[in-house]
Design a protein around this ligand. Sequence first.
Ligand code: MN
Ligand code: MN
Length: 461
Amino acid sequence: MNIEELRTSLLNTNKNGYTRITAEQKAEMNTYCKGYMAFMDAAKTEREATTWAVQAAEARGFVALKPGMDVKPGDKVYLNNRDKSIILAVVGKQPLSAGANICAAHVDSPRMDIKPNPLYETDEIAYLKTHYYGGIKKYQWVTIPLALHGVFCRKDGTVVTVNIGEDENDPVLYVTDLLPHLAADQMQKTGGQIISGEMLNIVMGTEPLEGEGSDLVKLHIMKLLNEKYGVIEQDFLSAELCIVPAGKCREIGLDRSLIGAYGHDDRVCAYAEMEALFNIDVPEKTAVCVLADKEEIGSVGISGMQSEVFEYFMGMLCDAQGVNMYHCFQNSFCLSADVSNAHDPSFAETEDRRNNSQLNYGVAICKYTGSRGKGGASDASAEAMGHVRKTLDDAGVIWQIATLGKVDQGGGGTVAAYMANRNIVTVDAGVPVIAMHAPIEVVSKLDCYETYLACKAIYLA
Ligand code: MN
Ligand code: MN
């Protein structure tokens, strides 16, 4: 063999995905991404994503799974977990003792939550106090248009949905920053201290009601909220209100190859695995799609991936077939579908270029996450990685490898460890993202589409 032949036969080469897709695939990619962008405009919180998923599932013939229900191959079922997370399944030809093919993503994203006693007035400006949720660079969340999403649960138990700042006729909300002219002291601070958590206060208004006494601006805001939503100040105590960037997602770049949106992490994978589930024939093994909440704060709580609601759902399916759920888990596989950091030439010093994912190179497979000496990582086995590699190659999916930054630079985690703890073989994979956890994150259309194809291939494996 000459050197060129040796090179091609022995060395690992990877090419930009655009050199590997056909015109037909590119058209499919664009159609898929239009659907994804519509989903993103409708679903900025876990609640909104769950609502969207329930409606989309029911429109495709999925029914709510109930204890004691009969399930047969081809049945489509779902469990709405208290409007905050959802699990869906298409029952396979083989019994659940053969295991399930699972894709698990999360639908919560970093943001600012409203505190339980948030509304106050100071110096004749009314504000809402916030508590940030997930890992954010606080200085990124000032001086941008913001929207309020969530629910009030009133004293009589009725729940009212709140959405302010998305309709083009709505006002938007705002957090202030200091003018550079007076920022001599501020600019000496470290990035984490430039804007502190207690500075993330939402400007709600400045016009006082006519009358005597204090807090007339605050009273005005409360009056407006009461007129629109029928709530009083105490209703903030039983509310879940989130501050997210206002506005729709947009194509980025003159070639429109990128999508900028709030919360690609991880709704870009959530949408991929949901659409994949909606577009498969009856699979060999039962295909399960998990859209979890609370990943950004440790997958905890009743709606997080550590919740036994997963066992509740899988237990119902297994009971219906007289299968021991532990046997099902033993033979199951899970793709933990979550985003990775895309190579950014402006910050290349934070990455190991040889092991970092890159825009337009397809779905990024990640053997381990964690920090320092792989702390907190699930760390998939060689065999598990081999299974994914073969499955994606056989299906013609464009994929690449990913690790999260240079060793000792930082780190992160996903739901992978919590699925693996259940005795389910688990591998991380997802869409590479630029500026993860920023108010507007960026992904490539090609990677979104290949992640959808990857989820499909996993369900059908
Ligand atoms: Mn994530
Ligand atoms: Mn995240």
